[in-house]
Unconditional design. Structure first.
Length: 311
């Protein structure tokens, strides 16, 4: 019930949940996590920081109850060997998963790395080191992304066939919601969009409020530019905004609501309103200060220009 399943997916949810809970409790992601796979079902997680992390310790008690913080509390009940060691700046969790609870405990190292990469991208102050001592040769990887999801954005841009010509970036907060938004376009005619979005620690694969707000902002600013510049042959159509579009965005905040059976879309109207406001200003400033690029981008909406290209 807590972890979604009693197979390896549940084990991965548990391990990642320990990190998420620790960050939530301490109200900071400036924490170093060292996770070791020692042998079959046997693990160690060391949590250290220059900040006070002692608030984590009471959550190992079964009496401590919080609906948002349950991985730490549940850990004791799903292990048959559990030890907590502490000092001023470090907490060490040594545990062996109970095979009565989990029918599979052999972790796929690559899968766990993929999960840790996302956690490090979304928690910019965190450092995560993973070590697997079960193989012939020890595997070890370190993840830290102070630039947050902008790292992913730059990587996507490098991999595109035709390079984008501009960047619209926002990295700030509005009324308690922290945003990273990156938008650009490949300006060839028909490439498929690339849209990646996150809300808190969830990859919202079906988009939702944040992505919709970004698109709303693009449309609003483009319509204003077309109107202000009296571009009478330009017809703004929503579907054409997706040709060549690249969006990488994230929001972190309290009381975010999700839709879909797997919480794969964000459903918080406040986020849609705020992201629309952010992007409309970014796009408006860019279009007005970069006329050549603005004309190239908005040519997709010029019906007269489109008909000329057909003949």
């Amino acid at each position: 019930m807590y972890f979604g399943s009693n197979d390896i997916k549940g084990v991965l949810n548990l391990i990642c949940g320990l990190i998420k809970d620790s960050i939530f409790i301490c109200q900071t992601d400036n924490i170093f996590f060292f996770f070791e796979i020692l042998n079959e079902g046997n693990f160690s997680l060391k949590i250290s920081s220059e900040n006070d992390i002692s608030a984590i310790i009471p959550h190992f008690s079964e009496e401590e109850s919080n609906r948002e913080i349950y991985h730490l509390r549940a850990l004791k009940s799903v292990t048959d060997n559990f030890e907590v060691l502490t000092n001023n700046k470090e907490i060490i969790l040594n545990f062996h998963l109970d095979i009565v609870v989990f029918k599979e405990t052999t972790i796929d190292y690559q899968n766990l790395m993929d999960e840790f990469v996302v956690l490090a991208l979304l928690n910019r102050g965190a450092e995560i080191l993973i070590k697997d001592a079960t193989r012939k040769h020890v595997n070890q990887n370190y993840f830290s992304f102070p630039e947050g999801v902008f790292y992913l954005y730059e990587r996507i841009k490098r991999d595109t066939l035709r390079k984008p010509e501009f960047d619209l970036l926002y990295d700030n907060h509005i009324k308690g919601n922290k945003y990273q938004i990156a938008v650009t376009y490949r300006l060839d005619w028909h490439p498929d969009p690339v849209v990646v979005s996150f809300a808190n620690d969830i990859n919202t694969t079906n988009g939702g409020s944040l992505v919709a707000g970004v698109i709303d902002g693009l449309i609003l600013a483009s319509k204003k530019y077309v109107k202000d510049n009296k571009l009478s042959t330009h017809k703004i159509k929503r579907r054409k905004f997706f040709n060549g579009l690249i969006i990488v965005c994230s929001v972190r905040g309290k009381d975010l609501e999700f839709g879909g059976s797997q919480r794969e879309s964000l459903a918080t109207e406040e986020v849609r309103t705020q992201s629309k406001e952010i992007v409309s200003k970014l796009v408006n400033d860019y279009l007005n200060n970069n006329k050549i690029q603005a004309d190239r981008f908005l040519s997709r909406f010029d019906d007269e220009n489109f008909m000329n290209k057909m003949y």
